[in-house]
Design a protein around this ligand. Sequence first.
Ligand code: ADP
Length: 202
Amino acid sequence: MIMPVVIGIAGGIGSGKSTVAGFFAEAGCVVYDADKEVTRLYTRPDVLDQVRQWWGEEAVVDGELDRATIAQIVFEDESQRDRLEGLLFPLLHKRRHEMIEDAADNDVVAVIIDAPLLYEAALDEECDVVIFVDTPREIRLERLRARSGWDEAELARREKAQLPLDAKHRRSDYVVDGSGSTHEVRGRVHRLLEEIIADRSA
Ligand code: ADP
């Protein structure tokens, strides 16, 4: 059994992190998608029970945590945020651990950690290497405009809540150019995976 290399993906909003993760999946890697895993937890019966106990029935709508209600509660009160994170983070940690073990059992070469706040959440500490997806701001803005109708102010507002990009860039082990067509980026990602595996066995 060979342990898979755990690869974190960092980069600006709209840089193409999830797209890059998808290209790794095509190459046979297992992908941990943080947003998807959180959404899954939001329907778990034990999580729902706990949240109902804390915040009442209105925090759950149609068998799912109500994101708007939860966002408001944790935005207004940091101790409530800590409480929610104390419930969810260990479950997410366990899930990553299980995915890595499964990948090892199935001889998967790499597990990809796609988390929007990789460094902010200290998930880089669980990674063997981190890749920075480097995409110029104008291109990111163009993509986000097309996907979600964001304007410059919306992007700036959301970026302000994150670590500065140059810090993420500096802390990463590899950089992949996220500009250009998806076809070009796919080629870069597949070559980078070969490079990372070669570096590991060197
Ligand atoms: P992130 O996960 O970094 O926020 P995504 O992978 O979700 O970025 O990409 C943001 C948006 O840009 C999505 O709508 C995606 O389809 C689009 N996109 C990503 N990469 C490319 C690319 N190389 N060319 C064109 N559009 C892209």
